[in-house]
Design a protein around this ligand. Structure first.
Ligand SMILES: [Ca+2]
Length: 243
């Protein structure tokens, strides 16, 4: 058959497109999950990520008002993408005490003279593992001498936090870095840092929260889903290995 005009060429191209099987094009989200032959990936991403990427882990925004010793935030307030809960939190500039990173850090006990919290929901890929690192210290004033708190993923405690302020000073809080990993189960994950110091405005100081996808390879931490330890995390079988 001699092809002698553009309309005929377009018609033939449409037929070829209709009968050619669509090449398998794994999404970016699942492209590097390594599965054994014949194993069906149990963790398909949910349709798109509704949440924004994790942000403002250093609590650099909003900037503490000019001339203020620090800024208080109460339950329901926003600190960038973070939502404040409990007794509120305080954002301290470096003129108040040196942060671990940048120019600002937060105290998880704020204006309510009670345990406060801060929460952010961000985009994740189901079945992928993430490492959370953060800098922790404590308000140098007693009480209590030992400041406590917890880090939660989707409402489940993944890391209990404790910081002894015996050697802390206003010029050097003595930040230390903590970390934990979690395995995402949804396309959006919520992280919370909460004080467990009651009846005080001197709590855990937090800064430099970072969340990065990790090639953890082995077991990852996932929450209990039943039983009396429902708020505790455990080490569980991993998802398929990540290359
Ligand atoms: Ca900071």
């Amino acid at each position: 058959m001699r092809i002698n005009n553009i309309r005929t060429l377009s018609f033939l191209a449409a037929i070829v497109a209709a009968v050619t099987p669509t090449a398998y094009a794994p999404s970016l989200a699942s492209a590097h999950i390594a599965l054994s032959p014949g194993v069906v990936d149990p963790c398909k991403p949910e349709g798109g990520n509704a949440a924004e990427p994790f942000d403002n882990g250093g609590f650099e925004s909003p900037i503490v008002k000019k001339g203020a010793r620090w800024d208080d935030y109460r339950a329901g307030d926003s600190v960038g993408p973070w939502k404040v809960g409990g007794g509120g939190i305080g954002v301290a500039p470096k003129s108040y005490w040196p942060p671990a990173e940048g120019n600002q850090s937060i105290d998880l006990n704020g204006p309510g003279v009670a345990a406060g919290s801060i929460t952010q929901t961000f985009a994740t890929v189901p079945c992928h593992s993430y490492k959370v690192t953060f800098a922790v210290a404590g308000h140098p004033n007693d009480p209590p001498r030992i400041k406590t708190g917890e880090a939660l993923i989707d409402g489940v405690v993944f890391k209990e936090i404790s910081f002894d302020t015996s050697n802390s000073s206003w010029n050097r809080l003595g930040f230390v870095y903590e970390e934990f990993t979690f395995q995402a189960t949804k396309s959006a994950t919520t992280i919370t840092f909460a004080s467990t110091v009651a009846r005080s405005d001197h709590g855990i100081v937090l800064d430099d929260v970072r969340i990065r996808e990790c090639d953890c390879g082995g077991a990852v931490i996932t929450p209990y889903v039943d039983g009396p330890a429902a708020r505790k995390a455990k080490t569980a079988e991993p998802c398929p290995s990540v290359n």
